[in-house]
Design a protein around this ligand. Structure first.
Ligand code: ATP
Length: 373
């Protein structure tokens, strides 16, 4: 969706617990109306960052601003944010309507208005008519919606979500992804979500911040994270990747050549790298960008750029049929293994590739992401 001005700013935010640096000098902006995901492996500091935004933790250093106001030392209930927790924490002894209206009651909102807003909130999460049920009479997905309704009813400027779908089974999680996206678009509130599930972050978020060991690694849209990762960590964390370590041997403005141990001829890139010859770098090549061929691919036609295509020979050492596609492991002469993903879209009239078969792998010179760290 269209997003606007920055609504949240982290300025040099660090959080230490004794010797542990949970969050390390994070500078970050989240824009108004954005669905933003904090993503990273366990222990990377993403939950701590979210909790600081909620006011449940105080930064050791730095400032947090919401709508231009310094909220670093403002208590949670005085911030224009609301949080949906991982275990959704609904009150078991209250019915759904009372759960959803609880925050308004605490705030002294009169009962007439409360009833109206509860109905509105329940309709928003598609729980109309279930107000009198008790939480134990709901499915997991419905309980999650109660938690969402309860957080949204207070009309926060920012909704914080801590692993919101992790308690649901795989099928339901996928269905709820779409709903969560639609809900966010409908209410137009800025969502900040923590997740360790990269698929979830890619599917839901307008932009993601990838964290590792307390440090912000990259902030970008899902497609930019995938196509243009800034480091080996990000390339490896987001999706599946072949990582080829090489040495820059030719670097021209319009193309470059990279020597990779175990591959006879240098690999071509259709752009310059602006590094010194001899620099070590990594080519991150996604499995779906590698084609399988029975025969050596034809050299590029006259007039085509000579660096149009890269091809290496190998043997198929594993095949995994995954339904919509098949994943081939191909072992090169020196024992190095590359993964190639092939769509099964037109499987009926495709050449078949069998375990043990000698094949050629080919990819375009624009396919690999070039990483210097
Ligand atoms: P997970 O996905 O496992 O929840 P995370 O990426 O959200 O992990 P955090 O919970 O933010 O990571 O934790 C970051 C680091 O800070 C970890 O090393 C963790 O052990 C440490 N940490 C978090 N909270 C505390 C605390 N209250 N006291 C001491 N150390 C803490």
């Amino acid at each position: 969706m269209m997003t606007g001005q920055p609504i949240i700013r982290f300025e040099g935010v660090t959080k230490r617990y004794g010797k542990v640096v949970a969050v390390d000098d994070v500078n970050l902006e989240v824009r108004e109306g954005e669905f933003f995901a904090l993503l990273g492996p366990s222990g990377c500091g993403k939950t701590t960052l979210l909790r600081m935004l909620a006011g449940l933790e105080v930064p050791t250093e730095g400032r947090i601003l919401i709508d231009g106001q310094d909220v670093t030392n403002v208590p949670p209930n005085k911030r224009p944010v609301n949080m949906v927790f991982q275990n959704y924490a609904v009150f078991p002894h209250m019915n759904v309507a009372d759960n959803v209206g609880y925050g308004l009651k605490v705030d002294g909102v009169p009962s007439g208005e409360r009833t109206m807003r509860v109905e509105e909130a329940l309709a928003l999460v598609k729980l109309d008519g279930l107000g009198s049920r008790r939480p134990d009479q709901l499915s997991g997905g419905q309980r999650q919606r109660v938690a969402l309704a309860r957080a949204l009813i207070k009309r926060p400027r920012v909704l914080l979500l801590d692993e919101p779908l992790s308690a649901l089974d795989a099928k339901l999680r996928e269905a709820m992804r779409t709903e969560l996206c639609q809900l966010q678009a409908q209410v137009g509130i800025t969502f900040v979500m923590v997740t360790h599930d990269q698929d979830e972050a890619l599917a839901l978020a307008d932009r993601c911040a990838v964290m590792n060991r307390g440090l912000l690694q990259q902030v970008a849209s899902p497609s930019d994270l995938y196509e243009f990762p800034a480091s080996r960590f990000v390339a490896d964390f987001i999706g599946s990747v072949n990582m080829l370590e090489g040495r820059l041997v030719v670097d021209e403005p319009a193309f470059a050549e990279v020597a990779v141990a175990g591959i006879d001829q240098p690999l071509f890139l259709d752009h310059g790298v602006t590094g010194a010859a001899g620099t070590t770098l990594w080519l991150a090549l996604r499995p779906e960008k590698i084609e399988l061929h029975k025969d050596a691919p034809q050299p590029p036609a006259l007039g085509d750029a000579p660096q149009g295509r890269n091809a290496v020979a190998g043997r198929i050492t594993h095949v995994a049929y995954l339904g919509s596609e098949s994943l081939y492991e191909v072992t090169l002469g020196d024992g190095q293994k590359l993964k190639a993903l092939r769509s099964n879209l037109t499987r009926w009239d495709q050449e078949d590739f069998a375990l043990g078969e000698a094949v050629w792998l080919a990819w375009h010179a624009c396919s690999p992401a070039v990483l210097l760290s």
